[in-house]
Design a protein around this ligand. Sequence first.
Ligand code: X8Z
Ligand code: ZN
Length: 385
Amino acid sequence: AEFPAELDRIWGQVEPLYKALHCHVRARLSDRYGTDVVALQGPIPAHLLGNMWAQSWENIYDIAGPGESAAVYDLTAILNEQGFDAIRMVKTAEAFFSSLGFDSLPDSFWQRSLFVKPADRDVVCHPSAWNVDEKEDLRLKMCIDIDEADFKVIHHELGHNYYQRAYNQESYLYRTSANGAFHEAVGDAVALSITPEYLASIGLLEEVPDASGDLGLLMKEALLKIAFLPFGLMVDQWRWKVFAGEVTAEEYNDLWWALREQYQGVAAPRDRPPEAFDPGAKYHVPMNISYTRYFLAQILHFQFHRALCDIAGNEGPVHRCSIYGSQLAGERLNAMLKMGRSKPWPDALEAMTGTREMDATAILDYFAPLQEWLEEQNAARECGW
Ligand code: X8Z
Ligand code: ZN
């Protein structure tokens, strides 16, 4: 009973920001497609948000973003122009971890991982990270596209691999993360350091945009991460009700869409047929992988980032902070990773951040300039659904 209440508390902290983003995105979609398609009240049709599951919305940045006033660079275009292939994407992410003081990945990682979608057979492309022998046999399994999204997902996955290797000295039962969310948060925290300054330092950007571009950068990040929050929460709200027997099999799909509407404010593009089972299309449902970890990781990795930036001596705004090259930050991160599950997670959190609670103030502080802008944009709009 404590855990769901804790989730409600954290969701309550971020809900106003989500609702502000939702309101703005709905208005922009309505301008684009007309009020017949996107009414200015009510939920957003889920198929207009640029993602199969409407779980993150960065693909509609061109519609929802602040436009010319805060132009952002196009990392996908840059990666392609510079001729990146899948291996080079992974090597670049590995180099980031190396700059923090982590040992490089073993040769077997490069031999045994799957980086590219095979042409001759079907594979499960959903990204995953493995330590096959619980020691050094680290592997990545992912069908990498040369784009910004996958560049970040690679950092996410390597976060799993470095964590797995860091706790491999622990006894068997402790060879996992402090809690489920910690495993998901490590690589995402590192990926927050993919700032313009960092990209310039590794030759991917010629000029560092000034602060006038920050709104665009924050919007991109928010479409990815703030949009995700209610989805991250609703998947297990659905699953827990199913497992508790609160609904019959005939009601599974209707419950899914009721929760989608309640939390995310999105609606099915059309009436769903009685035999539909839409949650089955989300990898983690048939794979029986808990999903609340992703909701909490979204909160937690901003706490990690803020703490690591302090340790690295950052003095500017936290959304411009990169811990690239900071051995100090790397040491503190590694000290936590090494603990695995040998201590209660609040101890692990405290070791790195000085606090024992998962808390949304870090993510809210990070997005504060965007929230202010969204509230201005929404001033004359009617929000909610
Ligand atoms: O499944 C993942 C990772 C692998 S652990 C790519 N994620 C969730 C998803 O794709 O649904 C990362 C974000 C949420
Ligand atoms: Zn993951």
